[in-house]
Design a protein around this ligand. Sequence first.
Ligand code: SF4
Ligand code: SF4
Length: 418
Amino acid sequence: MIEQDASIYNACIRCGLCLPSCPTYLETMTETSGPRGRISLIKDVAQSRLDLRSPGFLEQMSQCLDCRACEAVCPSGVRYGQLVETARAQIRQTEPPEAPARRFARAFLLHSLFADLRLMRAAARILRFAQQTRLTSLARFVGLGEAAKLAPRIPSSFFPARGQRFEAHNAKGMAFLHTGCIMAVAFGSVHEATVRMLRRAGLSTIVPAGQGCCGAIATHAGEPDFARELAKRNIAAFEQSGADVYVVNAAGCGSALKHYGELFAEDQSWAQRAGEFAKRVRDVSEVLDAMDLGRAPRAIDATITYQEPCHLVHAQRVSAAPRRLLALIPGARFVEMDESAVCCGSAGIYNLTEPEMAARLQRRKVAAIVRTGATIVVTANPGCAMQVTAGLREAGYPASVKHLVELLDEAYEGSAKL
Ligand code: SF4
Ligand code: SF4
């Protein structure tokens, strides 16, 4: 069985500095629902003082959002994310055989949908039909309420990777655009805005076929082998593309892609390629911030606030670049929300696995947004966008949620067709 690295949990000096950053600790104020308590539990399991399948351990490994807020503030450099992901993989390996229906659902959802993007597109078309015909009400009726409530509106066209090239005038370099899985079917407009912004920054963009899901969902679900299978496609597609930089506009994907070196640490045949690849991955805000965009020509008369995606601020440590980019928009009044870096409760499939805590964190986030008086909430991850949109709708608060590049594109007057 996969084992914990003792040097990681032993690095914890139990100082407690991580506690005020942990969303589940802030909500419960209990030691076991915080990073320090969870590290203790992980150590107890590794040293055989606690059973891996004890209810308390299972509960805490499930309740943790894997948001990495604790990791970002830890003075000892405890790589907490690796601990919780290893624990989840251990739990998954020791799970009793699943009932056939559940096995089928897992195989279909994880191994088919995320491995084969044609199936993802087919599923998205079905969802779009359900949304247009209001069949989603039926989904709520049969107990799929949370999924139906959060699902983004599926647009009439997708943005799949088909080998497209978008040339910039006097290009300074070539960017590889990661289109991903859900982003490609539900947030194609974000990809279009990204291409336009990269072009303005002087970068041509290539969108090679052969790339796909980053593997983050598989890692979160405790399936690292499947995550590696998906990762290999992205590495190979990038190597063949001749691009200089691998650009990603979804924080969760960016974090997974930047950690491919660790994903392949035990695999000699891929470790070096994965490490080289990871060095070239950049969030779109890092790329745009490094280029000379100049002030946006169009004013946006609105109060704006920024919801930091955990996988951008904590896992990638990108926090100032999005704010500097927002400052380029004339007319926009920027108001910081309280706890902008505290998770909104989205965290992959957390809404489905931990609905109660997800709803508490969603309400906490919405309250922080309402206090700013913002009419536009900017974020940089599809999960956050869906969670915050659903929360604002439920609270009846009239603010729109936009991806950072969508708002920038608007300010740089970029509605022109690609
Ligand atoms: S901040 Fe780091 S060292 Fe301190 S308790 Fe948290 S994980 Fe342990
Ligand atoms: S990853 Fe997030 S939820 Fe989990 S212990 Fe760390 S701060 Fe808390």
